[in-house]
Design a protein around this ligand. Structure first.
Ligand SMILES: C[S@@+](CC[C@H](N)C(=O)[O-])C[C@H]1O[C@@H](n2cnc3c(N)ncnc32)[C@H](O)[C@@H]1O
Length: 290
């Protein structure tokens, strides 16, 4: 896309992935029976100006659109239940253009920490301006999850003694396996019992042919998909989290949406574990080295 003078530089590819998921939520919000209605998504997309569409062909785009719609609803429900159940702070790791601080009907006051790279949060905060959520307190934390991000989180007001609802939605896949390991151990080390987590894992990315060109385009931009444990529930358990893995076909809003893709997923040898939620189980792992 050509730029005129005075515009901020384009977002790096790994941050533009957040614009693509926002665009999918904006489209979903206009659907006849949407899984999620996110009025902020269209605002972010408009503010970004003309952009290349998400990479990949039509099959990949419809798969990713339906996947983002289902996962958004799944994690909306997870966060609302976790907060209703006693978590008084939520930490969105790789929050991107997540507008849940604004758009969710939080059952009680909650601190929502949005952790992401500085470029992404600069863009987001330009769009959000001074607007404040009704029921949440929104705190942005510019940090790189490959570094010592917990220090920045605590400096921003996060309290490791309070029960927390963590969310890793579309994020860990961009980290190397050892970096994802450190992130999840750090979460565990800062979570009292009763804390919860929601996470997404792309177990079958190698086998999904329709995603190949999408993956190649991301890699060319330095945003490779790097982390894909074969048994996500076991992987999380080793790091202090007891996970539940729903069958997406059993979720009422997901069954019809995901049905067209089940043959492709089965053929790819999908080990399951795309969307997970779980709780902190102790005593768990030691924190990773600082
Ligand atoms: C696919 S987007 C998902 C955004 C949001 N969670 C959603 O579902 O719409 C991935 C996000 O992870 C962020 N991200 C990737 N690598 C990161 C890192 N090393 N540190 C912090 N954020 C990172 C990107 O900037 C981007 O906002």
């Amino acid at each position: 896309m050509s730029r005129t003078g005075g515009e901020p530089p384009p977002l790096p590819t790994v941050c533009r992935t957040a614009l693509w998921t926002a665009r999918m939520r904006a489209d979903e919000s206009r659907a006849a029976s949407p899984c999620v209605v996110d009025p902020w998504a269209a605002e972010f997309v408009a503010a970004a100006g003309p952009q290349d569409p998400p990479p990949g062909g039509p099959e990949a785009r419809s798969f990713l659109h339906d996947g983002v719609a289902v996962r958004s609803r799944y994690f909306d429900d997870y966060l609302l239940e976790a907060v209703a159940g006693g978590c008084s702070q939520a930490v969105l790791l790789g929050a991107g253009l997540d507008a849940r601080a604004f758009r969710l009907p939080w059952p009680r006051p909650v601190d929502v920490f949005e952790v992401d790279l500085p470029d992404l949060l600069d863009f987001k905060n330009r769009v959000v301006g001074a607007r404040a959520p009704a029921a949440a307190r929104r705190i942005t934390v510019a940090a790189d999850l490959r570094d010592a991000w917990a220090d920045a989180l605590i400096a921003a007001g996060f309290d490791p003694a309070r029960r927390t609802a963590w969310l890793c939605e579309g994020t860990l896949v961009y980290l190397e396996p050892d970096q994802a390991d450190a992130v999840v151990r750090t979460m565990a080390a800062h979570s009292p019992p009763g804390s919860e987590v929601g996470a997404e894992t792309m177990t079958s990315q190698d086998g999904l042919g329709c995603l190949r060109s999408c993956r190649d385009t991301l890699s060319a931009g330095g945003a490779s998909w790097r982390w894909a444990p074969r048994d996500p529930a076991a992987w999380w358990a080793e790091r202090g989290w007891r996970m539940t893995v729903p069958d997406p076909a059993s979720l009422p809003y997901a069954a019809e949406r995901m049905a067209p893709y089940l043959p492709m997923l089965r053929q790819a040898g999908d080990a399951g574990g795309w969307l997970l939620t779980g709780t902190r189980c102790g005593p768990g792992p030691a924190a990773p080295p600082a």
